[in-house]
Design a protein around this ligand. Sequence first.
Ligand code: HEM
Length: 261
Amino acid sequence: MDRLFYGLIDKLVLAMQDLRRSQLWISVFRHSQLPQTQADYLAMNRRSFFIHILPAQIHRRSLRSSYSWLWMGAISWWLFVLLTISGIFLMVYYVPSVERAYGSIVQIINQVALGRFMRNFHKWAGELMVITVFLHMLRVFYTGTYQKPREFNWILGVFLFLITIFFAFSGYILPWDQLGYFATTIAGNIARGIPFIGPQVQYALLGVHEVKNVGQVALSHWYVIHVFLLPSLIVLLISVHFWRIRKDEFSLPPEEEGQGS
Ligand code: HEM
């Protein structure tokens, strides 16, 4: 049994080595070997897109779990990726119509292969992302890294936090159950309270001038907000967020800043 297992691992390692040497791999990743020296790494960082999006150098201390609060920023990112995958799965079966929305979710849970798992995963991961983004924001605040030179990234982050909350809120509406219906009317009333442009924002969100007329148009608006507007906006802002992290470099714990590596 052991021989079979280790034989398989050997084969896998050899196959991986062959793949890394293949032209296909080199054309995409622009390197075939792991870097041996710092000069190798810097050259690779210039050539490969996938390495280039990471900072050229990073202090081991910046990556400590105690400093980044269990890598909350990275966890938020991976939750977003998994939410996108499970969301696309749900989109295939969900029907954004006031008559059929709730039924389509019941159908996803009871009749679609993997449906119950995907639906529950999407719901819980969405709630978890609100918590992880909030903890990440708290860590940035607590360690004072919202200050120069990362103040622009902090502002971007505040928008990311608001978008994340808006994402979770718009998701609540889509089943069009009692919770969804009343969440829509509450959102409409809150929007109406915005000074000067309240009625216009309310109309943009609900598609009607009176909250009592909320119906199909409101659901369609929230569907577009949840599956198109917010995803496009968050992808754009996360890209700039990551680009800024690369440019500003990862911070160090305040007491170790400026002490060298
Ligand atoms: C979708 C939401 C977000 C994602 C995916 C995300 C991702 C990340 C990642 C991966 C890092 C680098 C590692 C780390 O420090 O954990 C980071 C750093 C940072 N984030 Fe976020 N973030 C998000 C939201 C926010 C929010 C809400 C804020 C603040 C309002 C924020 C402000 C910052 C700042 C200032 C840094 C640099 C921190 C440093 O170098 O110490 N981010 N983010």
